[in-house]
Design a binder for this molecule. Sequence first.
Ligand code: TRP
Ligand code: SF4
Length: 400
Amino acid sequence: MFKDRVLSGMRPTGFMHLGHYHGALKNWVKLQADLECFFFVADWHALTSHYDDPRVIESSTFDMVADWLAAGLDPNQATIFLQSQVPQHAELSLLLGMITPLGWLERVPTYKEQQENLKEKDLTTYGFLGYPLMQTADIVVYRANKVPVGADQVSHLEVSREIARRFNHIYGREPGFEEKAIATIKKLGGKTAKQYEALKTAFNQDGNTEALEQAKALVIAAGSLSNAEKETLLGYLTGARRTILPEPQALLTPTSKLIGLDGRKMSKSYGNGIDLREAPAAVEQKIKRMPTDPKRARRNDPGNPDDCPVFTLHQVYSNDETKAWVRQGCTTAGIGCLECKAPIITAINEELAPIQARIKEIDARPNYVKEVLHDGCAKARRVAEETMLDVRAAMGLAKV
Ligand code: TRP
Ligand code: SF4
């Protein structure tokens, strides 16, 4: 029985833009208040594709984490760290590699896609193929069960679950487990023990998942058992196995995707973004220059908000009243595009003001980001090492 734990990471890309904020950071800030959270810079993942470009990785790391903190990530609530300073990720990646069939990695859709997209680079490397495997290690080394990511990462999470399941299947079988489980059932007490047996049979013989859930609830509620004993009985329910590495689930980010200034996805490489550090006047300029519905070539031409990238920003920033005003004004040519854009400029600058105030404070403390990462890495190593003790023992690696 492992408690809820959230983990997510980003490759170091330097200063953050509004797409990162709405697509991930805002959600991370919300999560850290309610759950134990781990957020990290995936600098090893950056090397899988940018192995020939190491100069930028270090500075991008510090720039990115400064913006994370400015966006509201709080080192007192969440553990914020750097992947390459937690060697347990690499160790677990190596060990999981022993049981991960090549085919599982080769058929991850992003593998072929990225190779196609980045044709100029040789991505037929061992490291690049192992991208989702290393990502699995990132997650399961903390036994994190909730992974906030975008839809593009769903296929990676699927592989992660398969690898964790295979690991538990192979290594979760302790000698004498069955005997131990039977002795533990007795501890439940006569009536509860009978119920447990009946529910277990209903699940294993008839595939009754309702019964499985009831049995799990019964074990979790059992006052007579220690946590380790509960673990044993939970594992026994599904096939005499102990869960060493829980299967992680994607926590799909509920926030909307923010579109870039040219109507494509907001991305640093397209140069179509608004940075969290963007000066208010630059925000104004960028929004004013943003293309609108091409049908509104002249002020008197009516347009359609559904064909206008500016309206997607209203979807994020404006209330129903403003959106109705846009729709009415746009379709009747009652308002001009600059008028339509004004509330967005205001909203973005209002959103950025407190973030930029924190940026000032953070940038004034040259060592602050490093200190945060330093402490975060120490904490991360402690937690990761707990898992590794179990993993090494389960895989028969001696301790001397
Ligand atoms: N692959 C993720 C991305 O490109 C980054 C990442 C690496 C990650 N390891 C992870 C995300 C573990 C979540 C959990 O965005
Ligand atoms: Fe787009 Fe607004 Fe112009 Fe309509 S009025 S085309 S929604 S910017």
